[in-house]
Design a protein around this ligand. Structure first.
Ligand code: PXG
Length: 465
């Protein structure tokens, strides 16, 4: 296998990285001391680092490399498109073939009447678009007071100013997010952490009805939309109780509120169907997509909107757009990625092979002494670490202490499994094969055993008071 980058000693690459490169969501000074792991190439579900270690990537990059690494077709399409038309915009009465092809394909794949696509370069940008789009929709309809977008605590909708305000990550709100007027948050359907003595079903209903209460308090005449991920991803793969989505749909329908499904993670097969919207039988007016759209091979995102929303937004000029919206190279690569997904029936592979095998093996982790809740929808899963599963106890140590320890043990065992607080999460490439799933589980068990041993030795297996 050819390697382009690891001609230099790892320590030297790390030193140069530390000297000039600021990493996202990272305490950079601490990382500089330790040195970042240098990833040099990848194939299938495996990454290779600059020391030649092969790492099983159970996060598909950042929830995005759905068809796996090393698909030459995508590189070929990118090169061809670069030679033919490397760039042109679609602002001023022009268009190009990759944007036409991709918009048409997305309209065919997206559920229901979601037939119109506005492009962006990623999920954050697409959610910024959505924020302005739903407000402009109501303005064009003669209801300009409908401006508030309701979201949820512990939601992730991106890192731009609007998207981070829309999201519900406390750590992000604490850092430079202005309190954008017109965003309101309600609780999340996280039964394990917040459900108390309620049954998951009752808790799901209660959390959904917080939307109804919020709409009543704010006035339906002031609310533009509700935005949510079908399954919260970055929040820790929080799978909502079965009662949650039907109730949310009812409330949106009865109150003339647009529903925005943020499918940036759930889209393109992740939940076992083309969209999370299919899995939960949701009828959104707007869908945010990115990540799996191109399997991460190019930066691209989009808002996919209903016939009705598109008609209204088309009544006048919508003063919005990004230079790279529908970039021809990104669009061509996304289109080829989706062609492969369709021709190779990747969603069928998930339904028939990968998800059933992963479900069986992932459930085994529930036998581990420090694993509580075990959740999996299609190919996104989580386990809650706990010092006492019967009581769903949190650890006495700071949130994330044990999760971080476990992630470090995964990393040391050549498995990429993330932690969110004290939950461990996975989202492997959809093309993963059963033997690779077995390896994933074996490494996860080793990492859990090592974490348990260390936590016990350090006296950390203690429930919070
Ligand atoms: N919506 C959702 C649901 C996402 O998961 C975005 C929007 C923003 O997309 P872009 O392409 O602008 O990043 C995301 C992104 C993590 C992590 O730590 C998750 C994301 C991004 C970065 C880190 O799990 N999701």
């Amino acid at each position: 296998m050819s390697t382009l980058a690891n001609l230099m000693p790892t320590a030297e690459l790390q030193a140069r990285d530390a000297a000039h490169h600021i990493h996202p969501f990272t305490a950079n000074n601490a990382l500089a001391q330790k040195g970042a792991r240098v990833i040099t190439n990848a194939e299938g579900v495996f990454l290779t680092d600059s020391d030649g270690e092969r790492i099983l990537d159970a996060m598909a990059g950042l929830w995005c490399v759905n068809i796996g690494y090393g698909r030459k077709e995508l590189a070929d399409v990118a090169a061809r498109q670069m030679n033919e038309l490397p760039y042109y915009n679609t602002f001023f009465q022009t268009t190009h073939i990759p944007a036409i092809d991709l918009a048409e394909r997305l309209a065919r794949l997206a559920p229901g009447n979601l037939n119109h696509v506005m492009f962006a370069s990623g999920g954050s940008e697409a959610n910024d678009t959505n924020m302005r789009l739903v407000r402009t929709y109501w303005k064009f309809l003669g209801k300009p007071s409908k401006q508030i977008v309701i979201s949820r605590w512990n939601a992730y909708h991106g890192s731009t100013v609007a998207a981070s305000a829309l999201g519900g990550m406390a750590g992000m709100h604490a850092q430079g997010v202005p309190s954008l007027a017109g965003i309101h948050h309600i609780g999340q359907p996280n039964w394990w952490a917040e459900g108390g003595d309620m049954s998951p079903e009752d808790f799901g209903l209660m959390r959904a009805r917080e939307l109804e209460t919020a709409i009543k308090e704010l006035g339906a005449e002031n609310v533009a939309a509700f935005i949510a991920e079908p399954v919260q991803g970055a929040g820790g793969v929080i799978v909502p109780p079965s009662t949650y989505w039907p109730e949310i749909q009812r409330i949106c329908d009865e109150n003339e509120i647009l529903l925005i499904a943020d499918e940036v993670i759930c889209g393109f097969g992740r939940t076992g169907n083309w969209f999370g919207t299919n899995t939960y039988d949701i009828r959104p007016d707007v869908m945010t997509v990115a990540k799996g759209l191109s399997s991460g091979y190019q930066p691209i995102g989009a808002s996919i909107v209903s016939d009705e929303v598109a008609e209204v937004i088309g009544r006048d000029e919508f003063n919005h757009g990004y230079t790279y919206a529908g970039h021809p190279v990104a669009a061509a690569v996304a289109n080829e990625n989706l062609r492969i997904m369709e021709d190779e029936d990747v969603v069928g592979h998930v339904q028939r092979v990968a998800a059933p095998h992963l479900a069986k093996r992932w459930a085994e982790l529930g036998d581990h002494p420090m694993v509580g809740e075990v959740k999996l929808v299609g190919m996104m899963g989580s386990i809650a670490l706990t010092p006492q599963k019967e009581t769903r106890a949190k650890f006495a140590s700071d949130v994330g202490t044990i999760g971080f320890m476990c992630r470090e043990r995964c990393f040391a065992n050549n498995l990429i499994m993330r932690h969110v607080g004290d939950r461990m999460i996975i989202s492997p490439p959809l093309v993963i094969q059963p033997l690779e799933i077995d390896l994933l589980i074996a490494r996860a068990k080793t990492a859990l055993d090592e974490t348990y041993e260390a936590a016990t030795k350090q006296g950390l297996m203690v429930p919070a008071a």
